[in-house]
Design a protein around this ligand. Structure first.
Ligand code: ATR
Length: 273
């Protein structure tokens, strides 16, 4: 039998990554002959690590913290969504071409629309944060045609900048600070890193009602502070585990042209949290 195709998640740190587990399940399910490893790149040695991996037969990689911007710079070709995000979480090696893609935003959208069964079209959507995680979400969200997409950030200028990047082609995008927001919103997405510190952005409870989906890109065994706040004010809350699985499935599709079933993998991961 031929040697399996090689893939990896490259980051620093990378030991915590669930990607090898997810992709091993996808490969078994779709009968793809591949192995997927963890690759710890030195903080000052990302490019050399990627080049060595590709030279050694690597076919593609997921890129995680803190290398998504360096991966964007390294790619010799970029998808539209990677260009819009300014960051790359998926590399595909094809001869001399290094294709850079970003599947985070489409993973978020798939989890909301397909898994939660909530349309984004025609909705008022609030995106909290204007860092890397938020940036990756904007174009895939706009492609769903929300009635309005408001980006709110602690540092207002970053929200303005991000909205401006898309304003020429999308009239339904705007920026705000937290205090000036008017609710309720149909969908509120927490793309800040506040949950990591068991914190949440200082937003009013009036932004939520019983029809609101409060989505936190973070996930864990327990609900985040943001999710608990949303539920206390009548909203439905969802964490980012589904986004993690869906972004992986999209990367898998970019590499292999096959769409794995995500529901079973999601259930297995949830049970293991
Ligand atoms: P990531 O790649 O996870 O998006 P990042 O690029 O460092 O990380 O961005 C972090 C985001 O979380 C930013 O929007 C940040 O707001 P600022 O731009 O004002 O720094 C936001 N953030 C982090 N901690 C926060 C908190 N406690 N409250 C509100 N926003 C917070």
């Amino acid at each position: 039998m031929n040697r399996p195709d090689r893939y990896a998640v490259i980051g620093h740190p990378v030991a915590h990554s669930k990607s090898p587990d997810i992709h091993a399940r996808f490969a078994a399910q779709t009968k793809q002959h591949l192995i997927y490893e963890r690759l710890l790149a030195p903080l000052d040695g990302f490019v050399a690590s990627v080049q060595a991996f590709a030279k050694g037969g690597g076919r593609g990689a997921n890129i995680t913290v803190p290398f998504k911007l360096e991966a964007h710079a390294l790619a010799t070709a970029l998808t539209e969504r990677a260009r819009a995000a300014g960051a790359v979480n998926t590399l595909k090696f094809d001869g001399d071409t290094i294709l850079g893609d970003n599947t985070d935003g489409i993973g978020l959208v798939a989890d909301i629309v397909k898994n939660a069964g909530i349309a984004i079209a025609g909705k008022r959507v609030l995106l909290l944060g204007a860092g890397g995680a938020a940036r990756g979400a904007v174009l895939p969200l706009l492609f769903e045609h929300p009635a309005e997409l408001v980006i709110a950030n602690r540092t207002r200028s970053k929200a303005d900048q991000l909205a401006l990047q898309f304003a020429a082609h999308h009239r339904n995008i705007g920026a705000s600070d937290f205090a000036a927001l008017h609710g309720p919103f149909d969908i509120i997405i927490n793309a800040t890193s506040a949950s990591l510190a068991a914190d949440m952005p200082p937003i009013s409870s009036a932004l939520f009602d019983s029809g609101t989906l409060a989505y936190d890109m973070m996930y864990g065994r327990e609900a985040t502070v943001f999710m608990r706040f949303a539920m206390q004010h009548g909203a439905t809350a969802r964490d980012g585990l589904g986004m993690l699985v869906e972004q992986a499935a999209e990367s898998f599709f970019v590499w292999r042209g096959v769409r794995p079933d995500t529901a079973s993998v999601f259930a297995e991961l949830r049970a293991k949290l």
